[in-house]
Design a protein around this ligand. Structure first.
Ligand SMILES: Cc1ncc(COP(=O)(O)O)c(C=O)c1O
Length: 394
């Protein structure tokens, strides 16, 4: 048998340190490696596999669409694209959509739209205020927007027009706002930054400030959207509406997709000012529609809310028992445990051995972003494994 891991080491640019298993198959919340070992997947493709692995509605949609029409250029109308657009717009506060292929591309497009708005309506304002600890993607401009040194340092000088300020501080946003500012962009909860939950009024305060200054509010819901935190979109829980919103990850249920949506007044692109070859391709849109329809029709966001509460109760019990756990963070099924020391990687490897996949979001924090269709039984099983591993440390 081919040694896939050795081959990867030889062929790939060294951008990621992979865990030492090769996954070959998935079903629901489970995956299997090349040796046939089963794992409970609480990473879910980094919050992508909203319906788990190979969900029948996604497989059916992909199979039917693959037999019908896979890709044509955006010069033409295609039905799956319009169907998904309608579903997203009917179920959100936004009016218009643009399709692309990833989260970074969605953010990049959203930022271009904000700059265009600035040029047309704000006397050429182009700066976007973003926050420390955020994550918005890996293109040069989204790295400039991402307020984390480790992603920015290797690429300085970065594109101009980004100001990174403290998260969860309206004071910091106000202090950074100038006549050059066209938008503020935040995640409702910072995902990659360590699952950082701001105070409840934060988004309302930003919304009020943006309204006062006539600038745009962009919500990056690539991780918090599509049911992840217990509502279809994160903004619903905070009593605000964004001018622009980005989505990706969970929207396609596993296929690469990104979108940004805007309110009518912020939708200022003219023909030719933005575009994409693959964006909104019939195949991915069929998967997206199947995923989103299943999530809406089956009340998944409400189920996530309840299951998140069940999960948090379990995490609280662990915290009460193990003094090396310092904090529980998150909402719905975007959750994290913070520790006194940098033990997350070691815990990930220990979990792997016991058949549980979790993510070390920070050296001192574990993140849980399982498929949204997991059950209490799956959560109990994960807790059984965590308990076994944690008890060894005392
Ligand atoms: C909030 C947020 N924005 C943007 C991105 C970038 O998405 P992608 O990796 O699909 O480019 C991510 C990815 O983790 C994210 O969590």
């Amino acid at each position: 048998m081919e040694n896939w891991q050795e081959l990867e080491q030889k062929l790939f640019m060294r951008t990621i340190k992979r865990l030492p298993i090769t996954l070959v198959r998935g079903k629901g919340a489970r995956v299997w490696d090349a040796e046939g070992k089963e794992y409970l997947d609480f990473v879910g493709g980094w919050a992508v596999n909203s319906l788990g692995h190979c969900h029948p509605v996604i497989v059916k949609a992909l199979t039917e669409q693959a037999n019908t029409l896979i890709q044509v250029s955006n010069q033409f109308y295609t039905i799956p694209q319009v169907q998904l657009a309608k579903l997203l717009i009917d179920n959100s506060c936004l009016d218009r959509i643009f399709f692309c292929n990833s989260g970074a591309e969605a953010v990049e497009g959203a930022m271009k739209l904000a700059r265009r708005y600035g040029k047309l309506h704000l006397d050429g304002a182009y700066e976007i205020i973003t926050t420390h600890g955020s994550f918005h993607g890996r293109t040069l401009a989204t790295v400039a927007a991402t307020g984390q040194d480790k992603f920015q340092q290797p690429y300085i000088p970065l594109p101009d027009g980004f100001v990174n300020v403290d998260y969860d501080s309206i004071k910091a946003i106000k202090a950074a706002t100038t006549s050059r500012t066209c938008a503020v962009m935040v995640e409702p909860i910072q995902g990659e930054g360590g699952v950082n939950v701001p105070h409840d009024e934060y988004l309302k305060e930003i919304r009020a400030w943006c309204d006062e200054k006539g600038i745009l509010l962009i919500l990056d819901e690539i991780q918090t959207g599509i049911g992840r935190i217990g509502s279809l979109f994160g903004y619903e829980q905070y009593g605000v509406e964004p001018d622009i919103m980005t989505l990706a990850k969970g929207l396609g249920g596993g296929v690469p997709i990104g979108v940004f949506l805007a309110k009518e007044r912020a939708s200022v692109f003219a023909p030719g000012e933005h575009g994409s070859t693959f964006g909104g391709n019939p195949l991915v849109c069929a998967a997206g529609t199947a995923t989103l329809k299943f999530i809406i029709d089956n009340g998944i966001p409400d189920k996530v809310k309840k299951l998140g509460q069940y999960f948090i109760t379990g995490l609280e019990k662990l915290k009460a028992k193990y003094s090396f756990i310092t904090e529980i963070r998150g909402r719905g099924l975007l959750l994290a445990l913070k520790f006194t020391d940098n033990i997350a990687e070691e815990l990930v490897l220990a979990c792997l051995k016991e058949g549980l996949l979790v993510n070390a979001v920070k050296p001192n924090a574990l993140r849980f972003i399982p498929p949204l269709i997991i059950t209490e039984k799956d959560v109990d099983e994960a807790f059984g494994i965590l308990e076994t591993i944690f008890s060894r440390r005392t």
